[in-house]
Design a protein around this ligand. Structure first.
Ligand code: 5GP
Length: 187
């Protein structure tokens, strides 16, 4: 079947994104610096694939000691619960006793993030916080606490800056609305 989707208007330009990521990076620096000496290492847990560009930009704004690790999980499909979610690629190191910051592309219903948080919490981190590039609070099904966010978005499906439509358009330097046939969520 023909894909009847086209790129719509630009929502966030590359310049606006860059400025905002710097602000959020500074916010994260302040939070962890205030936790006092000796400065503890923060494990940035990036959720693939949508979050990889945000992580790459964010990490260069951080002045605290950090390590990065990656997690890939399956989507929850159309059932509207996190029952079907599973880990496709797990972290390469343990996080017990560590300061952990989850770095997400977008928090929509919250189903994916709530699964991730439950799973990571069970591993006994010292702290577990969340930073997301985009937050679509209007669609939230499961309440999840988001500590740092770059931008709020409305109902429209968006692509670019790591976010895809059927694996396409992750490479756009800006964020655009996708127009046309109901876009499928594909992390
Ligand atoms: P949630 O579990 O919060 O509903 O959504 C999690 C995942 O759905 C996100 O990590 C992302 O991969 C995908 N997603 C949700 N909304 C959008 C969107 O507007 N655009 C794109 N490209 N992916 C989205």
């Amino acid at each position: 079947m023909m894909e009847r989707v086209t790129l719509g208007p630009v929502l966030f330009t590359a310049e606006a994104i860059s400025a905002r990521v710097k602000e959020v990076g500074a916010e994260i620096n302040r939070f962890y610096l205030a936790r006092g000496e000796p400065q503890r290492e923060v494990v940035l847990v990036n959720v693939l694939k949508g979050g990889f560009i945000f992580l790459a930009d964010l990490v260069r704004c951080l002045e605290i000691p950090v390590v990065v690790d990656f997690l890939a999980i399956s989507g929850y499909g159309d059932r509207g619960t996190s029952a079907g979610v599973r880990i496709l690629k797990d972290l390469s190191e343990g996080i017990r006793g560590k300061e952990v910051l989850v770095v997400e592309d977008i928090v929509d219903t919250g189903l994916t993030l709530s699964y991730i948080l439950r799973n990571l919490e069970a591993r006994g981190p010292e702290s577990l916080r969340v930073c997301t590039f985009l937050d679509r609070a209007v669609k939230r099904i499961v309440p999840v606490e988001v500590h740092h966010r770059c931008f709020e978005v409305g109902e429209e499906f968006v692509v670019g800056y790591g976010l895809d439509y059927r694996q396409k358009w992750r490479n756009l330097p800006h964020v655009r609305v996708l127009r046309g046939e109901r876009a499928q969520v594909a992390g």
